[in-house]
Design a protein around this ligand. Sequence first.
Ligand SMILES: [Zn+2]
Length: 324
Amino acid sequence: MSWLNNFVRPKIQALVNRRNVPDNLWDKCPSCEQMIFHRDLEAQLFVCPHCDHHMAITPEQRFANLFDDGTYTTIELPKVPVDPLKFRDTKRYTDRLKDAQTKTSHGDAAIVAHGTMARRPVVLCAFDFSFMGGSMGLAVGEALVAAARLAVLQRAPLVVFPASGGARMQEGILSLMQMPRTTVAVGEVRDAGLPYIVVLTNPTTGGVTASFAMLGDVSLAEPGALIGFAGPRVIESTIRQTLPDGFQKSEYLLDHGMVDAVVHRRDLRDTLARIIGLLTNPQPQADVVELVEKSVEIPEATGGKEVTVDAVPVEDDGAGDKPA
Ligand SMILES: [Zn+2]
């Protein structure tokens, strides 16, 4: 089944579902409203070249940017009961689910993939905000648990990219139960001594912020992302005070010690690889470095005098860089 599901089905869906093909060649930046040539936007990893606005991207686009050579394997996620509460608002929940599945060609809002990043094994879990606002129900909870267990099984770090409006209200208490479940799941990764890294993307709010999204050993954020529990409008109307500029944005959270770094999308891969390298290999076995006498010519500053440096290490070939 997995070969059919993981390989054949996406290929067929890619043929049938043409949502990645733009209707026209131009996209409009939702922030500065400039027109951008679609191919340019793709090359810029969907970051506006004019105002640096980080647009929403699909889990597949994220995986393709982050894994070595863009190759990865998505895992089949456990099946969950569909619409356990038989919920209906203006529409049946089952209909909403079907619509979202057709629109995104995803089973639910979270996708889990594994592969290598800078030659180290890594498990990634990314959210698709266009699937019912990336809301966390049973399926998303299962995805997080599956991602955590896979990370433990593979002795690989877990990196999660939440983009969510919070818990899925159509699943009531069952969606709220995913908060402790996902917390326990990331706890398993921690107990196994493996790094758990969160990259907060726009938006990370509600029950997701109140559980696994704020528990990263290292918390990174994409620039300009809205991160908080309740949204600014709700807070403003509750406390009846004007909120400061940039409230609940990544940069504001960085200034107030809630995130460790705000990382531009183009630097994300290198940053993650470096952090994972440091965390998975805290005491790298240093190779014996051959020392050679080398004379270095220093111009101008020392009056062009030749200075002899005692010993200069031979350039590292990266051999001591392997995971432990
Ligand atoms: Zn823009």
